[in-house]
Design a protein around this ligand. Sequence first.
Ligand code: 5CA
Ligand code: ZN
Length: 444
Amino acid sequence: MRSWSSPSVPELPGTGPVPRIHDTASQGLANAVGHEEGRVGVYVCGITPYDATHMGHAATYVAFDTLQRAWRDAGFEVRYVQNVTDVDDPLIERADATGVEWRELAEEQTNLFRWDMESLGVLPPDEFIAVTEVIDEVAAAVDTLLETGFAYRVAAPNAVEDGATDVYFDVQRAGEQTPWTLGEESNYDLPTMLSLFAERGGDPDREGKRDPLDPLLWLSAREGEPAWDTTVGRGRPGWHIECAVIALQHLDDVTVQGGGSDLIFPHHEMSAGHASALTGQDFACLYSHAGMVAYEGEKMSKSLGNLVLVSKLRAKGIDPRAIRLALLANHYRSDWEWTADTLSTAEERLQRWLPLAGVVGAGAGAGAGAGAGTGEPVSAADLRDRVREHLANDLDAPAALAAIDDWVDGNPGATSPEAVAVIHALLGVDLTADPDARPPHHHS
Ligand code: 5CA
Ligand code: ZN
């Protein structure tokens, strides 16, 4: 599928340190490196295209964008793959409820997402793959899992065709015969797994399964639902196999499997299991998860409807660079709440930084810090080193922002092309851009 346009990323003098990030599987910090020297591959789970793009989505993609920028600055060649779950239960339900065709809903929302990512300065994936583009590949993988005994069929009495079967993944067998075992990625105990499985699309009580935690690989055609004729039968892919297949198809080396922390289990656990059963090898080197953004006291989620959308803020004339700074002001691994202050603080910060590029912001003038000199005097090269160090330390963007604030305070009124380049390359905020010069929103 078409991705989106890449923002420019200035090259900085020298190279940054190899980034270290938290790995969910080993529960500690690890060098974000793969099997091949100087090359990394990252798979970040993409949107299910409805109610896009809310601040939770945006925070997660900006977090992995920061990782990419740190990698590039450290001299790595990065290959980035992202999916779009354009066929799944919640999308179909939403399409039905609103009387829109599911394909149309997915296309319109994916366009909106592309536009939001572009406006936030997020680097595009090299491969942006919709599930509907890989139906045959998923079916082939399910066939392989059936042949190798990692998958089995379960009667589906409510399917369209008489005698149809759904296909499930055998977690016990995979645990015995592959490098993967249940819980190795998430580190969750059984009761936690069972409750999260039920909560996040699993069906622990489905009759005929060998283990309550066995996840669906293939759903045979149901009345009124999308289905494809394939080698495993007429139907559609399960959720976890989709990401395993796309990642394996487009990356030689999955250095990092990423997404929000709501994907730790079952999604990334099961994707890792499926991939291990298909290849006989470990799936990703590292599993990286962004914290959950809340709003009005609860996780921002499509099912609750407590959403702040990037596109709505932009329609109100909010500078997307302020949105990006608002997201970066929270450590990517923490759970945090979006409030009105989140945005106003970021807007003030942007105004304080704009003079670095010789732009006098609306709120500047006798603005914050002018003449205050509270920060220590450091050179722009020192600032670059500090920002690099903070980002290499588990993507500590809040510390990087604070270092820049200090620098601005310590150099009141200064313009600095070096500082501007650091902010542009590593934080994805271009202080020289004219926010009003962006093309108007293009509808699908
Ligand atoms: N299509 C699947 C992944 S294969 C999916 O989870 N789609 S999604 O649209 O629900 O979420 C897209 C990404 O945003 C995922 O990485 C998810 O973990 C992340 N995400 C969703 N809600 C939040 C939130 N409130 N805070 C932070 N990240 C979130
Ligand atoms: Zn996924």
